[in-house]
Ligand binder design. Structure first.
Ligand code: GDP
Length: 416
């Protein structure tokens, strides 16, 4: 064959384009289809004072009216309101759980304000751990209630964080992904806002509070996340009102001096928050919750129960060995406690016995004493009786002796 023949042959080869995917390149599609069938779930915790705009922001984020009653300022303590919703967007189903604080910031006792939040986060981890430790576990169907993101609403004071904000965030930063938000950011001017943001960030850093950082090592999000981290805390505005701006209807807040458009990036960071939370980083938030926060909780909990991965000799310890050691320890402990209880019981029995014996001896002594006293009394009476009889006898003797004759004696006796 000459090169010319080869070219002629190549020109005759038919090239077919593939109609679909084949081979393992289809794997991602399997995952996508399965996830869509199963649906997604996401759990958000909103922490902030009553009336700071939590409900409005959640409604604005999910573009729906998640009906909820207004909270009162007069709760005697802080509580958490948990509500779940089934949301749909095209063919994607999302089970959303929103947990909101009630009465937060209305209390004088700061400790009592953050403790219910800490307890709630721990309780969700504990429930998951209990499910995981079951022999017949159903992790697949299990309703995972662990919180994936905590939206922390900061008051738009323009000054600094309140001590309650710092206390709460400090106590929950190892348990949940905190995303700080400046609430009602339309009440603060643009120049004040930037200063406020800087102050908040430096206060958080100085207090050693770790907030969630949008990942910058993921190549799908690396172009947006680093710059977005620089926008934290997000200055947000919530509103479900539709306002006419020119020819467009937008969601915003209408003021005498103009309209604040919620979805206008020049007006506030709402769009950035929505993109970061729902479009770009929802999976990362869930992964971070599972692989970091839950893992820390699980590790702490199992260590407290005495489990360990390596022994004192730095050698791996098998679970069975550990279990056997623990069981032995437990049995020894039970035996020791039983022995101690027995000894305590014997000791008390002995003490009681001694006290009964003492009481008996005392009674006996009393009895002996009384008996002796009685005998002495009897003897004394006997003595008195004997003396009396002697006296009577002497008396008669004297009387007889003093009488004139034996014949007169009977009549004298009769006269008497
Ligand atoms: P929650 O108690 O934290 O859930 O607060 P709500 O969402 O019920 O909001 C309380 C009040 O604040 C309502 O009258 C809202 O219209 C108003 N509000 C909510 N978000 C904003 C906001 O971004 N800016 C302003 N100016 N008001 C807001």
């Amino acid at each position: 064959q000459t090169p010319n023949d080869e070219d002629a042959q190549n020109e005759n080869i038919r090239c077919l384009t593939t109609l679909g995917h084949f081979g393992f390149e289809c794997l991602p599609y399997q995952l996508v289809n399965r996830s869509i069938q199963q649906g997604f779930f996401f759990n958000i915790l909103c922490v902030g004072e009553t009336g700071i705009g939590k409900t409005t922001l959640i409604n604005t984020l999910f573009n729906t009216n998640l009906k909820d009653n207004k909270s009162s300022h007069f709760y005697s303590n802080v509580g958490l309101k948990v509500k779940s919703y089934e949301l749909h967007e095209t063919n994607v189903q999302l089970k959303l759980t929103v947990v909101k604080t009630v009465g937060y910031g209305d209390q004088i006792n700061k400790e009592a304000s953050y403790q219910p939040v800490v307890d709630y986060l721990d309780a969700q981890f504990e429930a998951y751990l209990q499910e995981e430790l079951k022999i017949k576990r159903s992790i697949f169907e299990y309703h995972d209630s662990r919180i994936h993101a905590c939206l922390y609403f900061i008051s738009p004071t323009g000054h600094s964080l309140k001590s309650l904000d710092l206390l709460t965030m400090k106590n929950i930063d190892s348990k949940v992904n905190i995303i700080p938000l400046i609430a009602k950011a339309d009440t603060i001017s643009k120049s004040d806002l930037q200063k406020f943001k800087n102050r908040i960030m430096s206060e958080l850093t100085n207090s050693g509070i770790r907030i969630y950082q949008f990942p910058s090592d993921d190549e799908t999000t690396t172009h947006v996340n680093p710059s977005t981290n620089g926008l934290l805390p997000f200055a947000v505005v919530g509103s479900m009102d539709e306002v006419k701006v020119g020819k467009r209807i937008v969601r915003g807040r209408h003021y005498p001096w103009g309209v604040l458009q919620v979805e206008n990036e020049n007006h506030c960071d709402f769009v950035k928050l929505r993109d970061m939370l729902l479009c770009t980083n929802m999976e990362d938030l869930k992964e971070h919750t599972h692989f970091h926060h839950y893992e820390c909780y699980r590790c702490r909990k199992l260590q407290n129960l005495g489990f360990t991965d390596v022994g004192p000799d730095n050698q791996p310890v098998s679970f069975q060995e550990l279990y056997e050691t623990k069981r032995q320890e437990f049995q020894d402990q039970c035996q020791w406690e039983e022995e101690e209880l027995k000894q305590k019981f014997m000791q008390r029995v002995k003490e009681k016995e001694t006290s009964f014996k003492d009481a008996e001896k005392e009674l006996q002594d009393k009895f002996e004493h009384l008996k002796k006293v009685q005998q002495e009394e009897i003897m004394k009476l006997e003595e008195d009786r004997r003396q009396l009889e002697e006296e009577i006898t002497n008396f008669y003797k004297m009387k007889t002796a003093s009488e004139p004759g034996p014949t007169q004696a009977p009549s004298t006796k009769k006269d008497r």
